[in-house]
Ligand binder design. Structure first.
Ligand SMILES: [Zn+2]
Length: 141
């Protein structure tokens, strides 16, 4: 997750005009880490910014993705969500809470990416690898 730096500055560096809506959505993403448009809507509403529609949030998310500030991903329950961390990393999907968390295992990522690069799938250009580990966290007593 990006911690330091001003959100409007980050937008400008990425070639986007720092509109109030883009700042609000990117701030929410920096807070949430992984979120759907609906999650962002809820977060904005709870912080008193209810004037931004879900359709607008989708548009802004598209702009942010295009600028390389977010990655679009799909969770194991077929829900589209955005990720503030754009580098390759693994995810853990908890079937009980339907939440996504980062699982930083560079060795696993290297292993799979390296394997697939050497394997060469016929008529297929590998762009990147996404790994999602699905299961349930044990309840702590
Ligand atoms: Zn992630």
């Amino acid at each position: 997750m990006k911690e330091a730096g001003d959100t409007s500055e980050l937008l400008n560096i990425s070639g986007l005009k720092a509109t109030a809506q883009r700042i609000a959505v990117l701030d929410a993403m920096r807070l949430l880490g992984h979120a759907s448009a609906d999650d962002i809507k809820q977060t904005l509403e709870s912080s008193g910014k209810s004037g931004i529609s879900v359709a607008t949030i989708y548009n802004v998310l598209g702009d942010l993705k295009q600028a390389g500030l977010l990655r679009k991903r799909m969770s194991a329950n077929n829900k589209m969500y955005y990720d503030i961390t754009v580098s390759d990393h693994c995810h853990i999907y908890d079937e009980a809470s339907h939440t996504i968390t980062d699982f930083n295992d560079t060795e696993l990522m290297k292993l799979v990416s390296g394997y697939l690069k050497n394997k060469k799938i016929a008529n297929f250009d590998l762009d990147h690898v996404e790994i999602q580990i699905v299961g349930k966290f044990q309840k702590t007593k």
